[in-house]
Design a protein around this ligand. Structure first.
Ligand SMILES: *Cc1c(COP(=O)(O)O)cnc(C)c1O
Length: 372
């Protein structure tokens, strides 16, 4: 699905130089590149505060820690997401409350959020799944009216923007109380190991998050809060500075691949191309098609693998179907859209380094599977 060697080849010399300079400087923890990267990413995101941390899951943990919610407080999350979205809440002794997603965009359903809000709710975590913003207009209004914090799990949509009815345009991850992201190697902005960050527009929130990510201290050996050891390595920050310079081109390349797939697939009956919410840009962390007919998705995946085309299922199980979350006592059938999507979705290669020939071959293989 992802050939990082091919992607890095275009700027290998820059990565090597950043690596060597960092080894020479030997400031491996909180070295200068960490702050420089945070400032540069903040500028890319329209002036947001960026607090780097160790990974995207820690970012979610830190976001929730910064809200200081009492144990047992409910945190509303989509039933169709990567497990990290609610893992952080569960680890902190908060109670994940699942809601279903929308069948077209795969993002959290605001009507389901409204129905799930209760006096016990402390936060809503919206996931901008596969690279497109959830309905931030509805979610922001709902959370404001209920005086509940909106957290954006932006591990998959860094760089996407959302246009509100007022005309305001905001970057994904900078709308809610806190946004989180991940620099896991396969993400749109990936490092060469683990990394993550928190995003916020509020300077006091950024200061609190920075403290929580560094053992609850603002001054060495003076600990005001119980925090985590969750820092972005200097080496990863130095490499991320290089990759951030190439991110706009990489995003455009992903969008061009998606547009080519769309053009070929739009006329195929039995296959639904990714729905575009006109209010959001889409940075195509994944290009996910939907094949509604029972069993056809798996048959297509087999057909593709027999022709040497990789594809992947994100996600094969909804959250309530995971063994670890049976304690939440949800029943099969309770989140029908999420369960259905697990049977119907298939992600095709969309990475920026794909050659035109590779894209055309993939398109042709998909086309050939369906009757003309
Ligand atoms: C990748 C991802 C995470 C977790 O990020 P890590 O850096 O792997 O901890 C969280 N949420 C979503 C939606 C993700 O895709």
């Amino acid at each position: 699905m992802l050939d990082l060697v091919a992607e890095h080849a275009a700027y290998q010399a820059e990565l090597d130089a950043a690596w060597h300079a960092t080894v020479q400087e030997a400031a491996f923890i909180q070295g200068p590149a960490v702050g420089q990267f945070a400032a540069e990413l903040g500028a890319y995101l329209g002036g947001a505060h960026v607090v780097p941390c160790a990974n995207g899951t820690d970012a979610l943990t830190l976001a929730l820690l910064s809200l200081a919610l009492p144990p047992g407080t409910e945190v509303i999350v989509p039933a169709f997401t990567y497990v990290a979205t609610l893992e952080a809440a569960a680890v902190l002794g908060l109670r994940p409350v699942l809601v279903d997603v929308l069948p077209d965009t795969f993002n959290i359903d605001p009507a389901a959020v409204r129905a799930a809000l209760s006096p016990r709710t402390g936060a809503v975590i919206a996931v901008h799944l596969f690279g497109q913003c959830a309905d931030l207009e509805a979610l922001r209004a709902l959370c404001a009216a209920a005086a509940v914090a909106l957290i954006e799990d932006n591990a998959q949509a860094l760089g996407a923007t959302f246009t509100f009815a007022s005309g305001e345009i905001a970057h994904a991850g900078t709308v809610g109380e806190v946004g989180t992201t991940s620099f896991f190697p396969s993400k749109n902005l990936g490092c060469l190991g683990d990394g993550g960050a928190l995003l916020t527009r509020a300077a006091p929130r950024a200061a609190l998050l920075r403290q929580l990510a560094n053992h609850g201290q603002s001054q060495k050996y003076h600990h005001q809060r119980i925090g985590l050891n969750s820092r972005l390595d200097t080496l990863q920050a130095a490499l991320l500075r290089v990759k951030l310079r190439h991110l706009p081109a990489a995003q455009a390349a992903r969008q061009a691949v998606a547009a080519r797939y769309d053009a070929v697939f739009a006329t195929i009956g039995g296959l639904q191309i990714p729905a575009r919410d006109p209010r959001s840009s889409h940075v195509f962390h994944q290009y996910t098609i939907k094949i509604p007919e029972a069993g056809r998705r798996d048959a297509l995946q087999l057909h593709l693998s027999q022709h040497g085309v990789s594809s992947a299922i994100y996600y094969p199980l909804a959250v309530h179907q995971q063994e670890a979350y049976t304690f939440l006592n949800y029943k099969l059938g309770q989140f029908p859209i999420a369960e259905q999507l697990c049977q119907q979705v298939l992600a095709l290669p969309v990475q920026p380094a794909l050659t035109l020939a590779q894209q055309e071959y993939t398109s042709a293989c998909v086309r050939a599977f369906f009757p003309a």
